[in-house]
Design a protein around this ligand. Structure first.
Ligand code: SAM
Length: 289
């Protein structure tokens, strides 16, 4: 497919002329945008600054990172490119890391945890293949960036964070961004809990994404995945997980079988540990050994 032609064609569908000026900071709501123009850096930056009210400096960095995502095949499919381009990563990093919002790697967000790097987020999300309207569960809200990205793919995102103060901080951030016109974050439902047990109230899920590393696939998460659902999860020893794509399928006998593949072709990736709640306190991890 000719990517330039696709972008140039789609870009014309959401123009400044269509801008809905109902919010001071974000003139055009995300659901009114088919695809921001991405044929040239200058075109993208100018259009987004006018239609989303964002800082041209960060928009340029977002566009540059997209070129690197393409080079490394970390993002695929127009829907995922659109979701990446509409998610302002600079709003999810700490003030101390603002000038590094679009660097390759993960960044500290306090509480001993990190915001996952943009390449890993884009690859995991592309592998998840989220359709509009799909019900998605994320384990490990952290900064909120991953769920913000997902909210540009579907209007049913559920996310669980184990650290109470971080869960509360990210909830406040979403509420603040919603009040400034990022209305797509209304699609995100948050909870402070141990995500090992999933979220029974909203199960089953079409997609589950886990953003902390563990040495096995939590059985409750598998049980809450729909037949034909997909889970993306880092599995392996501390500091060296394999990011698995697990596809569930119902066999002729009615039993659920899973097919597993490594979205990094065997290369280990390091994730924050999948910790556990014990007696209301975070204590150790859910690793079996
Ligand atoms: C890599 S970090 C954050 C990733 C996040 N998606 C982002 O983009 O910022 C992983 C997160 O998982 C959280 N976490 C670890 N164990 C958890 C558990 N049992 N339940 C829910 N969240 C957990 C950590 O506290 C941390 O915030």
């Amino acid at each position: 497919m000719n990517r330039r032609a696709l972008f140039a064609g789609l870009a014309g569908l959401g123009t400044v002329a269509l801008a809905r000026r109902c919010f001071a900071n974000v003139p055009l709501a995300a659901d009114k945008i088919d695809m921001p123009p991405a044929d040239t850096r200058a075109h993208f930056v100018a259009w987004m600054a006018a239609n989303r009210g964002e800082d041209p400096n960060f928009l340029g960095q977002r566009w540059d990172r997209l070129q690197a995502l393409f080079q490394h095949q970390d993002v695929w499919g127009a829907k995922n490119v659109r979701a990446y381009l509409l998610t302002p990563r600079e709003k999810f990093v700490t003030p101390a890391n603002l000038d590094r919002a679009y660097v390759w790697h993960y960044l500290d967000i306090g509480f001993g945890v990190t915001i996952t790097g943009p390449h890993t987020v884009a690859r995991m999300t592309s592998a998840l293949d989220v359709a509009p309207g799909a019900k998605v569960l994320e384990i490990g809200t952290g900064s909120g960036y991953q769920s913000a990205f997902l909210s540009n793919l579907t209007d049913r995102v559920f996310t669980i964070e184990i650290i109470p103060a971080l869960a509360a901080r990210t909830r406040r951030l979403y509420d603040d961004l919603i009040s400034h016109g990022y209305v797509e974050y209304r699609f995100i439902t948050t909870k402070n809990a141990d995500g090992y047990y999933g979220w029974e109230q909203y199960a089953p899920f079409d997609r589950i994404i886990v953003t902390c590393g563990i040495d096995h696939v939590p059985p409750p998460l598998l049980q809450q995945l729909k037949p034909d659902g997909i889970m993306v999860i880092p599995v392996g020893p501390p500091g060296a997980q394999h990011v698995l794509k697990i596809v569930a399928a119902r066999g002729v006998d009615g039993a659920i079988a899973t097919r597993r593949s490594d979205i990094y072709g065997g290369a280990p990736i390091s994730f924050v540990p999948f910790t556990r709640l014990e007696g209301g306190r975070i204590s150790g991890t859910h690793n079996a050994d």
